[in-house]
Every structure is written in structure tokens, then in C-alpha cells.
Design a protein around this ligand. Structure first.
Ligand SMILES: [Zn+2]
Length: 430
């Protein structure tokens, strides 16, 4: 057993209602209008492989009716039935809430919670879940106009690969957020010397707020940012084997990635996902300069995502990162510690005096996966999948393409914080 932390379930879910009744709704439609202008992207794109992508389905479950005390995860529930859902992340905290609801008490320790989790139906277990059919059906809607007929299967496979790493990295962003709540708790403990300081973040309060105000949920912006940084533009991600067969691959690759970023940042896309365009300078990360760097095979686009956040527009966050903003958000959910307001998905109400304690807290970089990584719990892993080629052909091929020769599992160059919250292999639902 790893050092599996126990979610702080103190008082949950009863305490939550009291905390949240007086929270203002931070969403202000009229203030948004000034941000609505669309930015032009590069005009010159190759035909076919540069076809615009259809609107993206959501990488999350909707929670129009959300009550913590109704969560009972021992009841099977096929969320992927809904074809608008690409994937989801089930947090360790929610497993804890379900344990409490079903047993009438909090779990005694991490081991007890882990056994409870392992006994749940697969689709309800802690971790990252992928809805294969939704991804396959999304790819089926793509226009293949202008693409050489012999290249169409490769085009679809590559679009599936990009969508898959987009969803995985998005869900990883939610995992990162939960890890952060544990890191903050440890940090506060190390400063104050007490176990349950009122400065410690309450992940559950924070979670409920996200569900209550989904339109201005900043964590979704963070998750979209990680989807760019750790997924789409992760230069350490294994290239598809057919990359060598397509002429001028670096430009083709950059163009397809660009088409996905357009689908992500499109103003017509629903909030809060599309709000990512207020935080990241898409003009810059898809600029000629960077395309040129790519065509010379300088694989620095991941760093470009980091460099092109618009955080330098906010004086107080000059040295901050998006992860620092997320950390700041979580700190707000400490009782009696609501001093700067919640950070919204659209940057309308930046905290004007964030404390320097929020800066440079963690390392969230992508990692190079050495050969020895296959038995390591430090990387995101896709275990050998039991589903057949027929069940989800493009996902199947994309996963095969992510494997190193002779290996059963695929190991993604995305960090797992195994000392804080180990993350099991990703669940694929066909
Ligand atoms: Zn999400």
C-alpha cells in the first residue's frame, strides 16, 4: 500500500450547505461582451488535413442537479451512454463521500477507502475514465474533403489520437487539482504545525462550488490548459508510426493541432471551456514563428503554451502560473479565509492582492519516459486493453501507437504524483 492520503471529509456533506448559501454568483454576462471578439488564426492552411474540426463534445459530466449526499457509487452507472461525454474524472474525495453515504461513517484510513474503491463497479472507481464510443462518433463527423483516399484512415487515426490525449490530459488536470488540495493541506500543516488548521483548503466545498456555478468554473480553464500543455502540445508524446509516410509531417501535425485548438477556443463553444482563450494567447502559440520552429522540428510548443499565458497582464501574478491561480482558488475555501474572491473562468475579477505564498508551488511538467518507466507509478499508464479492434477501432489503433515495441502497456509522458495520490491506469469504456 502506498502512502494513500485520506480525503478530509470532516463534516461533509452536512457542513457544505451552510457555507455556500451566501456565495454570490460571480458570473456577469454583460462584462463578458468586451471579450467576445474572435481572433484571426493563420489563414494559410493545407487542404484536407487542415479541415476545421466539428464542435467538441464536453470532457465532463453535467451536474445540473448535484447533491453530495446522494452519491452512492456502489450502484452501477454507465455515464458514457450519453454520447456527449468524452470522459470524466472521479475524485478520491468523491469516493470518500460515497463511502460515508453508504456506511454511515467516514472511512478509518486510506486502506479501507482503497478496498471500498476497488470493490466498486469499474465505471465508478477513482481515476480517469474515457468514453471510447463518444470519441469514435465524434471523429466520424469529421470532414475528409480534400484528403487523399489512402490517407483518410491515417487522418482519422491521428485526429483520434489528438482527441484522446486532449481528454486524458484534461481529466489529468482535475486530478492535478485534487493533488493540489493535498499538497496545500500538507503545506499549511508544515507552516502552522497543526493537523486541521482553518487555513487548510476544503476540496469538497470547492468541488460543490464548481458544480453550483459551472459557467464560471476556473478549474475547467485549468483542465483545458493542461490539455494543451500535457496533451496536445506535449512534445514528449510518441509520434504515430505513419508520421514518416506523410510528406511534410511537422507542418501537417502542427496544422491538425491548430485545428483542435480552434475547436477548443472557439467563442461559440460553451463556457467555461471556451474561456481558455482569455488565458492563453492562441494567436501566439499558433503563430508563423512557432509553426516555423515546428517545421524545423524544434519541439518547443509545450513550452510555448506555458509562455503564452496572459498572466503577465495581471500585475500581481507576474511570476505566477495558471496552477498558482488554481491553488489560490482552493485557498479561498478555507473557512474565514475568503479575502480575495474566487477566480472566475473568464478573467473579470482577478484577486488584486494575492499572497506570495501562492507562487511556484509545484512542478507540473511533462516528463520524459525512460524505458524503465513501464513498472513505474510516476507516469500515467494505459494498461493492455481487453477490447478488440472492432469495438473501438481508432482508439484501439491510437493506443497501440502509443506503446513502445514489445511492451503491453502504453506509458504517457505525464506525471503522476504517486507520493501524494497514486493514480491507477486509465479506464476505457467501450
Ligand atoms: Zn473538466
Amino acid at each position: 500500500m502506498q502512502n494513500f492520503p485520506l480525503p478530509n471529509l470532516d463534516g461533509a456533506p452536512i457542513r457544505l450547505n451552510r457555507d455556500f448559501d451566501n456565495l454570490p454568483n460571480w458570473y456577469r454576462e454583460e462584462d463578458l461582451k468586451i471579450f467576445r471578439e474572435d481572433h484571426p488564426f493563420i489563414n494559410e492552411i493545407p487542404k484536407g488535413w487542415g479541415n476545421p474540426w466539428p464542435d467538441l463534445p464536453n470532457p465532463d459530466e453535467e451536474h445540473s442537479e448535484f447533491f453530495l449526499d446522494r452519491i452512492k457509487l456502489s450502484e452501477p452507472r454507465n455515464r458514457c451512454e450519453k454520447r456527449s461525454l468524452l470522459g470524466y474524472y472521479l475524485s478520491w474525495h468523491i469516493i470518500g463521500v460515497s463511502f460515508q453515504n453508504e456506511n454511515g461513517r467516514a472511512p478509518r484510513n486510506g486502506s479501507e477507502l482503497k478496498s471500498y474503491n476497488d470493490g466498486l463497479p469499474k465505471e465508478n472507481r477513482f481515476g480517469i475514465h474515457i468514453c471510447c464510443k463518444s470519441i469514435e462518433e465524434y471523429i466520424e463527423r469529421f470532414s475528409t474533403d480534400g484528403i487523399e483516399p489512402s490517407e483518410i484512415p491515417l487522418y482519422k487515426e491521428y485526429c483520434t489520437f489528438l482527441t484522446l490525449v486532449y481528454v486524458i490530459a484534461h481529466e489529468w488536470g482535475h486530478y492535478r487539482s485534487e493533488v493540489l488540495s493535498f499538497q496545500l493541506t500538507n503545506f499549511v500543516k508544515s507552516v502552522t504545525g497543526i493537523d486541521s488548521s482553518n487555513l487548510s483548503p476544503s476540496y469538497l466545498s470547492y468541488f460543490v462550488n464548481k458544480k453550483r456555478f459551472p459557467l464560471s468554473n476556473f478549474e475547467e480553464v485549468f483542465a483545458e490548459w493542461t490539455s494543451l500543455k500535457a496533451g496536445i502540445f506535449n512534445y514528449r508524446m510518441k509520434k504515430p508510426s505513419f508520421a514518416t509516410m506523410i510528406p511534410n509531417w511537422p507542418i501537417v501535425e502542427a496544422t491538425v493541432e491548430l485545428m483542435l485548438t480552434r475547436a477548443i477556443s472557439r467563442p461559440s463553444r460553451i463556457r467555461p471551456y471556451s474561456d481558455i482563450r482569455f488565458w492563453v494567447d492562441f494567436d501566439n502559440i499558433t503563430s508563423d514563428k512557432i509553426m516555423e520552429r515546428l517545421s524545423q522540428n524544434l519541439r518547443s510548443l509545450n513550452r510555448a503554451v506555458n509562455d503564452n499565458t496572459k498572466l503577465d497582464l495581471i500585475k500581481s501574478f507576474k511570476n505566477g502560473k495558471i496552477i498558482d491561480l488554481l491553488m489560490h482558488n482552493q485557498m479561498q475555501f478555507s473557512l474565514g479565509h475568503n479575502f480575495n474572491g474566487i477566480i472566475e473562468s473568464a478573467p473579470l475579477a482577478f484577486p488584486y492582492k494575492p499572497d506570495s505564498v501562492f507562487y511556484d508551488f509545484g512542478d507540473d511538467e511533462c516528463m520524459k519516459t525512460p524505458r524503465t518507466a513501464y513498472n513505474s507509478n510516476k507516469y500515467l499508464r494505459i494498461e493492455n486493453q481487453s477490447f478488440s479492434l472492432n469495438a473501438s477501432p481508432n482508439i484501439y489503433k491510437a493506443i497501440q501507437g502509443l506503446k513502445e515495441p514489445g511492451e503491453d502497456d502504453a506509458v504517457l509522458p505525464i506525471k503522476v504524483f504517486s507520493q501524494i495520490l497514486p493514480l491507477d491506469p486509465i479506464y476505457f469504456h467501450v
